[in-house]
Design a protein around this ligand. Sequence first.
Ligand code: DC
Length: 223
Amino acid sequence: MTAQTVAIDGPAASGKSIVGATVAARLGYRFFDTGAMYRALTWHALRRGIDPHDESALARLAASADVDVHEGRAGASESTCVIIDGADATAHLRDTDVEANVSLVSRVPGVRAALVRIQRALADHGRVVMAGRDIGSVVLPDADLKVYLDASREVRARRRADQLRAANIEPDYDSLMRDLARRDGIDSTRAASPLTAAAGAVIINTDNMTVEQVVERIIEEAT
Ligand code: DC
């Protein structure tokens, strides 16, 4: 029996999004990248002038925000679109100030509780692939298949650099490495739902694998 819910976790730039979206397309399932939700909330908070260190203001904002999540069109730059309190955050998910502050916002327990509730509702009817940091461990602990994608920081920085070059932006490899180190540190040491491979997760080190090979491996596990 094919897995109805697939959880994909892993560090920043481990390929969760492209792999997850491709696996979902192959299975005819919906795909949600939960990082987009933390990014959208960060954008919303910054726009409202909320200090990203102000945990209670962030938790209040998350608890009251109307967060509408849907899949992006095929081929669109974002696989997951987020409308928050009526404002479309999708075009702003990679803004520099969002990138710089999302780790702070996503470590707040009240923020996580609000977004996890929405994520569980998205997966309620199954036939879904969901990517993030805590999907197999917290959001969907009963997922039929849990995958943890790993890759060395050097390989992840190189992949990010290739993406930037494809978008005609000259990458600064050293600053990419520094940024990944900083985000890895915050994501894996925070008290609330730190990044970790869930019990029972299939761990795939993608350092020497193409996207197609990773997708194939997950499809094998799922079917
Ligand atoms: O996967 P990403 O780079 O778009 O994630 C952005 C941030 O959100 C990152 O700092 C980790 C956080 N995140 C999280 O804490 N839990 C998730 N399920 C998804 C993302």
